[in-house]
Write a protein that binds this ligand. Structure first.
Ligand SMILES: C[S@@+](CC[C@H](N)C(=O)[O-])C[C@H]1O[C@@H](n2cnc3c(N)ncnc32)[C@H](O)[C@@H]1O
Length: 186
C-alpha cells in the first residue's frame, strides 16, 4: 500500500492518533464505505460515527461494508448540510471525501454550495484538537470549482482558532486529488 504517495492514505495516517481517541466522528460522504470502515476499525468501541450520503446505493454499500461495526454507526440518508441539526456534541474527526461515487455513473457529485455549508457546520462543532479532512478532486469542472471555493474560505480562518493545511503532490498532474486538513487549536 502506498502511504505517503497517496494523499488519502497520507491524511488517514496523519489523523490516526486523533481517531484513536475520538468520541464523535463524522463521515460526510459515505460513498462505498471505505472511509467509514477505516474510522470504525480504528476508533474506540464507545465512539459514535455519523455517516451521510444522499444516494441510497452509497449508504447501502456502506452499511454492508461496515456491518460488523453497525452498533456504533448512525447511517443518515441525507445531505451533509444537515450535520448541524443531526449531530449533537463536539466533533473530534470529520472527513469530506468529495466528488463522485466511484464505480457508479458520474451523475451525482458534491456541490460547492452544500459542501461549504457543511464544512462551516463541522468547523463550528470541532472539539479542541479535532480535525476535519477534505479531499478534493479538481479533475472535473465542479470539483475544481469546489476546491477553489473551499480554498478561498479556509484561507480566511482565524489562525488563533484553526490551522488549515493543504497536502498536494508537486510532480503530478494538477487534476490529481489533494487534501485540506483543518485542526482546531484553540
Ligand atoms: C468520492 S464519494 C465518497 C467516497 C467514500 N468516502 C468511500 O470511502 O468510498 C462522494 C460521495 O458523496 C456523496 N454526496 C454528494 N453530495 C452529497 C451531499 N450533499 N451530502 C452527502 N453526501 C453527498 C455522493 O453520493 C458520493 O457517494
Amino acid at each position: 500500500m502506498q502511504t505517503v504517495s497517496n494523499v488519502l492514505n497520507l491524511v488517514k495516517q496523519a489523523i490516526l492518533p486523533a481517531l484513536q481517541n475520538a468520541s464523535l466522528i463524522v463521515d460526510a460522504t459515505a460513498g462505498n464505505g471505505n472511509d467509514t470502515l477505516f474510522f470504525a476499525e480504528h476508533s474506540l468501541e464507545k465512539a459514535k460515527i455519523y455517516v451521510f450520503d444522499i444516494q441510497p446505493a452509497a449508504l447501502e454499500h456502506t452499511r454492508e461494508k461496515t456491518r460488523d461495526f453497525a452498533g456504533k454507526i448512525e447511517y443518515i440518508l441525507g445531505s451533509h448540510e444537515r450535520i448541524g441539526e443531526m449531530v449533537s456534541g463536539e466533533i473530534d474527526v470529520a472527513m469530506f471525501n468529495l466528488g463522485y461515487l466511484p464505480g457508479e455513473e458520474h451523475v451525482v457529485t458534491t456541490k460547492w454550495e452544500s459542501t461549504l455549508a457543511a464544512v462551516r457546520q463541522v468547523l463550528d462543532k470541532l472539539s479542541l484538537n479535532g480535525v476535519c479532512v477534505i479531499v478534493v478532486y479538481p479533475g472535473h469542472e465542479a470539483g475544481a470549482q469546489e476546491a477553489a471555493r473551499l480554498e478561498e474560505f479556509l484561507g480566511t480562518l482565524a489562525k488563533k482558532k484553526y490551522t488549515a493545511g493543504r497536502y498536494r503532490l508537486m510532480n503530478h498532474s494538477l487534476s490529481a486529488p489533494y487534501a485540506y486538513v483543518v485542526e482546531k487549536v484553540r
